[in-house]
Design a protein around this ligand. Structure first.
Ligand code: IMP
Length: 423
């Protein structure tokens, strides 16, 4: 079975844990978009591993892990990740593949990402990893792909052309000295040497796997509302984070995908700027951030926290074709007196039951809440749904009804054992 895993909110839903669980059941795990703006920590065999680019499925013996063409790759970060795995005794050779068509993040992308944030009044709060500028170059057709890095002549001509134009922009617009061709050229040729054994036509490999009836897990990064088209634009990332991105970003046809599983937190979080209708007031925000350890895995930035927004997640279900939802971090809601779920918004006397895309409406929308009593016992010990406190079951049952989607997994702690499977 070929399954796509997507975040149903603004990222950081806990996809890492779900991917780790599902990776055991498939043959291939593939990233299809984003880059090292993503990050998750996996604890296995008492060791901690931090992944930004390589699918964490690499920790499971025999699994083939791929970086699809839709991903943007910072070779420096990738090589560090490879070396860290090697040091930890994880053998990746023959099991790790990078698409020859994936675009490469260059130093000017990283610097431009950071400079744009300081120059503009409307800051996005990016991760500063060069993601947006790299995708922008892809779209304006001056990007450099993995396959280009492998051909020194092609790489030289493209880089020369790019630097001619970019260095002028850096100097004139950003008062930045620009970049030396020789330095980047040499550095990236070294990267190419280090990575060449992993680069191949991943789209052919995956289609061959489909023909052989192998199982593939398409690992989404970020979340639906960071999608370049359907997210809270412009406060989004620069890729297609929704399920459709899985086919664009890997070259596997949509008709070959069997199922989309959505991952949502039992509440909501967001990193960076942008509207967030159900955001908690400051004191409660701080309390819940500490309770849920809501700090970014990539940048360490504090995440903004709020109530579960059913309007958003309902839209996610529709956009991604989610047939099953995993609800994560239910335990963080333990011991709260009351719990709220947003079921609509109000703005200027008008009610909205669907997600409003008008920036003014979304920025000022007042949530309409369904308030439910909390539970004062811990959910972490529950192994079965029936062992959950009654009010926790009521909460989940309400979510299921309002979203009209089956909840198939509930996470009540960070370890694999702290997961309730409903099927
Ligand atoms: P960028 O992807 O670095 O360009 O950042 C754009 C927006 O997406 C910012 O608000 C980031 O905080 C957010 N973002 C990017 N990656 C992640 C992620 O993995 N989790 C949560 N937010 C993210």
């Amino acid at each position: 079975m070929n399954i796509v895993i997507v975040g149903a909110q603004w990222g950081d839903e806990g996809k890492g844990k779900m991917i780790d669980i599902l990776s055991r059941k498939v043959d291939y795990i593939v990233r299809y978009q984003g880059g090292n703006n993503a990050g998750h920590t996996v604890v296995a065999g008492g060791k901690e591993y931090i992944f930004h680019l390589i699918p964490s499925g690499i920790l499971h013996k025999g699994k083939i892990c791929c970086i699809g063409n839709g991903v943007v790759v910072d070779p420096m970060v990738l090589i560090k990740e490879i070396n860290d795995l090697r040091k930890a005794g994880i053998h990746i050779d023959g099991r790790f593949k990078i698409s020859s068509l994936a675009h490469v993040i260059l130093p000017y992308h990283r610097i431009l990402d950071q400079l744009r944030e300081t120059k503009r009044t409307q800051r996005i709060g990016t991760t500063g990893r060069g993601i947006g500028p790299c995708y922008a170059d892809k779209i304006i057709r001056c990007g450099i792909r993995m396959v280009d890095l492998l051909n020194p002549g092609v790489f030289r001509d493209k880089l020369k052309d790019n630097l001619k134009e970019k260095n002028e922009i850096f100097k004139k617009v950003y008062d930045h000295p620009g970049f030396s061709f020789d330095k980047i050229y040499e550095e990236y040729l070294d990267y190419a040497k280090a990575l060449s054994g992993y680069i191949c036509n991943v789209h052919l490999l995956l289609n061959d796997a489909v023909d052989k009836k192998k199982d593939i897990l398409f690992e989404g990064a970020q979340g639906t509302f960071l999608d370049i088209d359907f997210g809270t634009y412009p406060f989004v990332t620069s890729s297609s984070t929704t399920a459709g991105g899985a086919t664009i970003g890997t070259g596997v046809s949509p008709v070959k995908i069997d199922k989309v599983i959505g991952v949502a937190k039992a509440y909501t979080t967001r990193v960076g700027e942008g509207p967030f209708p159900t955001e908690f007031p400051p004191a409660f925000d701080k309390f819940m951030r500490n309770k849920g350890n809501e700090f970014g895995a990539t940048t360490g930035r504090p995440r903004r926290c709020g109530w579960f927004d059913a309007v958003m997640v309902k839209e996610s279900v529709l956009l991604n074709g989610i047939s099953e939802l995993a609800i994560m971090k239910l335990d963080i809601l333990d011991n709260l007196k009351n719990i709220k779920i947003c079921t609509g918004y109000k703005y200027k006397g008008k009610k909205f039951r669907e997600f409003p895309y008008d920036f003014e409406v979304l920025s000022n929308a007042l949530p309409i809440y369904k308030e439910m009593p909390g539970w004062d016992s811990l959910t972490t010990k529950a192994k079965k749904y029936r062992q959950l406190p009654g009010n926790a079951k009521n909460y989940l049952s309400f979510l299921q009804d309002v979203l009209n989607t089956k909840i198939s997994m509930i996470s009540v702690g960070s370890s694999r054992e702290e997961t309730i499977f409903l099927d």
